[in-house]
Design a protein around this ligand. Structure first.
Ligand code: ATP
Length: 303
């Protein structure tokens, strides 16, 4: 089932004298949602522009399906949609006119599709207003509708939820998941809001200073980097020392203790021991969500 779709081999890119990407290597399979993660300036947008054929690499090779972006930029752009920071909208046109313009440009004029997308992104009531008067969130949602007009098989999303309110974030993340599930769209997603993307991504590529420093699923990265289980428990327990039931413990809040276990196997026994002495309202493993893994992966680079 794993069919390589994006293949990046030893890719490098310079802007002037600045080496922005160094020997980049990664593969994304068809139908995956992949998070491209890394701090500001690590080269994520540059990588997307190379995949999309908008700029050319200095070295290495890239495949997007059967295409090489160096020679086949147009076919790739016909099959892909892109949402960038600016969204590329015409502010002097209405929301509807923007979609009409791009649908004609892409040669995919379909009024029903336009109306469906406006409806899906909660823009029907605003479709006759000028895009320049839209809020940041509305522009972002219109940009997404524009990126999806031609039913792309590949979608590049650069910070898709930036500037959206909680309802907008939920709407967009739900749509991304649905699109991938129903149409099998391959999605490369750049975001700094890690708790949002961990709900939708199948795997992650971690970048740092123009290099891939790690790639894998949450589970793969967890098993490689997480060597203990940190359990945060909301409880009335008052341990007398820094060990309880043979587990090291420290107080991190008035009613919150943090236990450090060698692995998950000891959690049930620990909770049973706590419950013999006090109440428990919540127990959460805190060191295996995407944010914790992100810092762990990056931390190892700096050690
Ligand atoms: N057209 C360009 N000309 C010169 N330098 C550029 C150009 N585009 C990007 N850079 C530089 O390349 C580096 C990587 O930029 P890029 O935008 O790819 O990073 P990023 O990971 O997407 O950052 P962010 O998270 O802030 O969006 C930065 O140092 C940036 O200044």
């Amino acid at each position: 089932m794993n069919q390589p779709y994006l293949q990046v081999d030893h890719v490098s890119k310079k802007f002037g004298t600045q080496q922005v990407l160094h020997d980049m290597n990664f593969t994304v399979n068809r139908g995956e949602i992949v998070g491209l993660l890394g701090p500001n300036g690590s080269g994520k947008t540059t990588m997307i522009r190379l995949l999309n054929g908008v700029i050319l690499p200095d070295g290495g090779s890239i495949r997007v399906g059967t295409h090489n972006p160096v020679t086949d930029g147009d076919p790739i752009r016909r099959k892909s949609g892109i949402l960038t920071e600016g969204a590329g909208l015409y502010h002097e046109l209405t929301g509807m006119q923007n979609l009409e313009f791009f649908a004609k440009l892409y040669g995919v004029w379909d009024k029903k599709r336009l109306l469906d997308l406006l409806e899906q992104f909660d823009l029907t009531a605003h479709m006759h207003k000028l895009a320049g008067t839209y809020s940041t969130g509305m522009k972002k949602r219109l940009g997404l509708a524009k990126a999806l007009l031609h039913r792309p098989e590949l979608l590049f999303l650069d910070e898709p939820t930036n500037g959206l309110d909680p309802e907008g974030i939920q709407l967009v993340m739900k749509y991304i998941r649905e699109l991938n599930r129903t149409e099998g769209t391959t999605i490369l997603l750049c975001s700094h809001v890690l708790h949002q993307i961990q709900e939708v991504c199948h795997q992650y590529i971690f970048m740092e200073s123009g290099r891939v420093i790690e790639q894998g699923t949450n589970r793969e990265i967890e098993s490689k980097y997480v060597t203990e289980t940190v359990l945060r428990v909301e409880t009335g327990l008052q341990p007398t020392g820094d060990v309880f039931a043979d587990v090291p413990v420290r107080r991190v809040g008035e009613q919150t203790l943090e236990f450090h276990l060698p692995n998950k196997d000891g959690i049930s026994a620990l909770l049973r021991a706590i419950l013999l002495e006090s109440w428990v309202h919540e127990a959460v493993i805190t060191n295996r969500d995407l944010e914790a893994l992100y810092f762990k992966v990056r931390g190892e680079q700096h050690e």
